[in-house]
Design a protein around this ligand. Sequence first.
Ligand code: F3S
Length: 74
Amino acid sequence: MYTKIDRERCIACGICQLKAPELFDYDSEGVAFGKRDDNKGTAAIPPADRIQFRSAYTSCPTGAILRSKKPFSS
Ligand code: F3S
């Protein structure tokens, strides 16, 4: 599974970083991005982080966390 943030949809609520700090961080304006691959969505989510990912994914209020079985192409 791969993930990236749709930064246009992110309202900088910060939940994803709290739920999955290994996967997500946020910039100086609070807009989230994928930490592992600079939000490209090309680094597979490690098995150890999948539960955290699911928690973040289901908690984002705007659906800004994207997921895919294949790497995202930028
Ligand atoms: Fe933004 Fe959703 Fe995270 S609104 S800060 S991507 S939980």
